[in-house]
Design a protein around this ligand. Structure first.
Ligand SMILES: C[S@@+](CC[C@H](N)C(=O)[O-])C[C@H]1O[C@@H](n2cnc3c(N)ncnc32)[C@H](O)[C@@H]1O
Length: 346
């Protein structure tokens, strides 16, 4: 769910119904800011410059090299190809992703700062190398760069990467800290072994052809002890109702056909895939989008959207530990996971 346009009465009813189903209050808790400028948005270049984008974006194809193992589902990249010049319209198709920065930027920043002490006033992430996979137009890449991180954004959709490059080119600070590349993680993996302190996959895994390959590649490019941050949509009846029926078909918050419920993954299954690939999950937090206010808030339940933070273990996983979610044994089921213990980030 990315944009926002809807008749208020319908929205109110749906928010109340969904909130009741998720066991949460329909209104955001006191103290949640609505539409306030975030600190990481400061110094953002003038939006007016970006009307250039519509003529800048060419109808070229996305890059897929011939390889036996790919995470790219061409039907997914086609959808983002169509929207490649819309990334920086804050009221458009990606409005909810813009708003999500209010949760995901502090989530990433604070968890990284627990491990890497802030080095520079105002630039707490300076010296930290981040890979933002499936960066799209750079909506998350840029604020991380403004916090001082050295960020590389990658995406297989060439026109989205061009949009991201053009947008960051207007800001001299970002020009030094942010770079973009048209590629997938599996194409990058050979040349970037243990190269990054953190990998971000925000609103990406629900678009992948193969999550296991993707997670293994994340493990390979991360330094030992490196951090993986994922935000995605859970696989529940409620996420089908809200993420597809309501968001795409009724409210048209996201373009129709953006999501395929079969590709959604529950926090429990994602945690199993991560642990089988040598990660330890540190924190999983539920998130909820309120289409009335256009704001996100944290919530207990991970039934709709969630953010996950995992750390690369120093030891390689044993071959017999590598299993698919459906193959996990009863012993695993007895062991409490971060999703079951309700582990929270600080
Ligand atoms: C919903 S957008 C999220 C964009 C960005 N992460 C954000 O949250 O603002 C998903 C992005 O993933 C990209 N994508 C799709 N399949 C991919 C793959 N296999 N590898 C890397 N990126 C992919 C799409 O082109 C698109 O830009």
């Amino acid at each position: 769910m990315y944009g926002r346009t809807a008749p208020v009465a319908v929205v109110k009813l749906l928010v109340q119904l969904s909130a009741r189903a998720a066991g949460i209050p329909a209104r955001a808790p006191p103290g949640v800011r609505f539409f306030a400028a975030s600190p990481w948005e400061r110094n953002a270049p003038q939006r007016a410059n970006y009307c250039l984008l519509s003529s800048y974006t060419r109808p070229s194809s996305y890059s897929i090299r011939s390889m036996s193992q790919t995470t790219v589902d061409p039907s997914e990249t086609k959808k983002f190809q169509m929207l490649a010049n819309k990334w920086w319209n804050e009221q458009g198709e990606f409005a909810a992703l813009h708003a999500m920065n209010d949760l995901r930027v502090p989530f990433i920043r604070d968890n990284l700062l627990n491990v890497h002490a802030g080095r520079q006033m105002g630039k707490p992430l300076s010296g930290i190398r981040i890979l933002d996979v499936g960066c799209g137009g750079g909506l998350l890449t840029e604020p991380l760069g403004r916090l001082g991180a050295d960020v590389t954004g990658i995406d297989p959709v060439k026109d989205s990467v061009q949009t991201a490059e053009l947008h960051s080119s207007f800001d001299p600070i970002l020009r030094e800290r942010v770079r973009y590349q048209v590629c997938t993680l599996e194409e990058l993996v050979e040349e970037k072994v243990e190269a990054y302190d953190a990998v971000i996959a925000s609103e990406l895994v629900e678009h992948l052809l193969d999550v296991d390959i993707f997670i293994r590649c994340c493990h390979q490019v991360l330094k030992p002890g490196g951090a993986l941050f994922i935000t995605t949509i859970s696989k529940t009846n409620l996420s089908y109702a809200l993420g597809i029926v309501v968001a795409e078909n009724i409210l048209q918050i996201a373009p129709k056909g953006t999501h395929d419920w079969e590709k959604f993954i529950s926090p429990e299954d994602l945690e199993r895939v991560l642990e089988a690939s040598g990660f330890q999950v540190k924190s999983i937090r539920g998130m909820l989008f309120n289409p009335l206010s256009g704001a996100w808030s944290w919530m207990e339940s991970t039934a709709v959207n969630y953010a996950l933070y995992a750390v690369k273990q120093n030891e390689e996983p044993q071959p017999d530990q590598a299993e698919t979610p459906s193959e996990h044994n009863q012993e695993d089921e007895a062991r409490p996971t971060a999703s079951q213990t309700g582990s929270q980030s600080s």
